[in-house]
Write a protein that binds this ligand. Sequence first.
Ligand code: GAP
Length: 436
Amino acid sequence: MAEPIKDRMEKLVSLCKRRGFIFPSSEIYGGLSSCWDYGPLGVEMKRNIKQAWWQTIVQNRNDVVGLDTSILMHPRVWEASGHITGFSDPLVECKKCNLRFRADELKEQKCNACGSPLSEPRQFNLMFKTFMGPVEEQASVVYLRPETAQGLFVNFENVMSSTRKKLPLGIAQQGKSFRNEITTGNFIFRSREFEQMELEFFVKPGTDMEWFDYWTSTRLAWYVSLGIRPENLRLAPHPKEDLAHYALCCTDVEYQFPWNWGELEGIANRGDFDLKQHARFSGKGLSYFDEESKETIIPYVIEPSAGVDRSMLAFLCDAYAEEPDKDEVRIVLHLHPSVAPVKVAVLPLSKKEPLAVLSQQIYSEMRKQWAAAYDDAQSIGRRYRRQDEIGTPYCVTIDFQSLEDRQVTVRERDSMQQIRVPITELKATLAAKLCV
Ligand code: GAP
């Protein structure tokens, strides 16, 4: 019988807390709704995901450069982008218990909690407002960015002139975004503070749909290359009537989360909307002189926009397994080595010298190359379990025989198979297996 969804998510959330992947924010004060802290293992995993993205999107390509723009931007940016007028959700409030809901997410037009009638919907802007400087007045209002994308558009001219690159050219960044979502939930799936990985890929008009198709398949393949099972991924093209105001077309990459399919990333053809809007609002000409046609053009842009936290949740959900092992059940995260927070664990069979000395030597060699762990507490079986539970692909066990034959045991997480390897060949053996 299939496991209830709630149980599966509860188990994953509990593992994340127990092993230091993700904690509720400000927990000693009772937590802050929908805000999360990444723990010692979580921060490693998140960095790995971001690095894998940065490497394939920026470092391995000649046609993409990176940026890191500020979270606070000139308020006119959000007028030009359409966020001040258009970035809102319909909010309804229960007339009796005052609970608030997103009108478009309710199946019936009555309160989900007490069944009472609801107010008329009003548009609620999702941007967080704050004030710049000491005076809290309208003139000093600034917003926490609701997407990283606008930092890329407003730097188009700076990037083109400083890099002297030609189209097609992508500009990419990773960073925090903030949205005052009416409803949050499903752990880190929808929160008010989250991280995005966004690419704005500027192309010549007329080549845009080719590039749209290219980025759609490239981005789908990226998740598969990092271990997500293809059957748990799908593309969901947006119907024309549901497109955002800036998009000519858009397709989501969706993952089958335990509760339902959910968006991991949106790939949009934004046409020339953004450059035109910023040119209009700033008075600067954001155009490109095409040497080939000798024409000045406004580039079109293809935008693959992914969420770091959602990707991490998808990697965790896909990797989580409970497997029978003799009379017990082992919990294991079958994480791809690139995203696993720890790549190698060094486990001496005894805490005593001289085994500890040799093990520490091996550990210090391993950690020069990979995120490594050292664990000498409790039985070896328990230590393997602890590493399985956090997704460590390989364990290296040092036993008394190792002192004699200078060999160690390498145990693989998924198959649990063990091989003996000479210490002199350990690094090369692991490098070949991990490929990271
Ligand atoms: N610049 C385009 C843009 O921001 P989006 O579809 O609104 O597009 C892109 O967001 C991605 O950011 C989403 O696919 C999702 O992964 C992530 N994201 C958006 N809102 C989020 C939230 N409240 N919590 C976590 N991730 C979110």
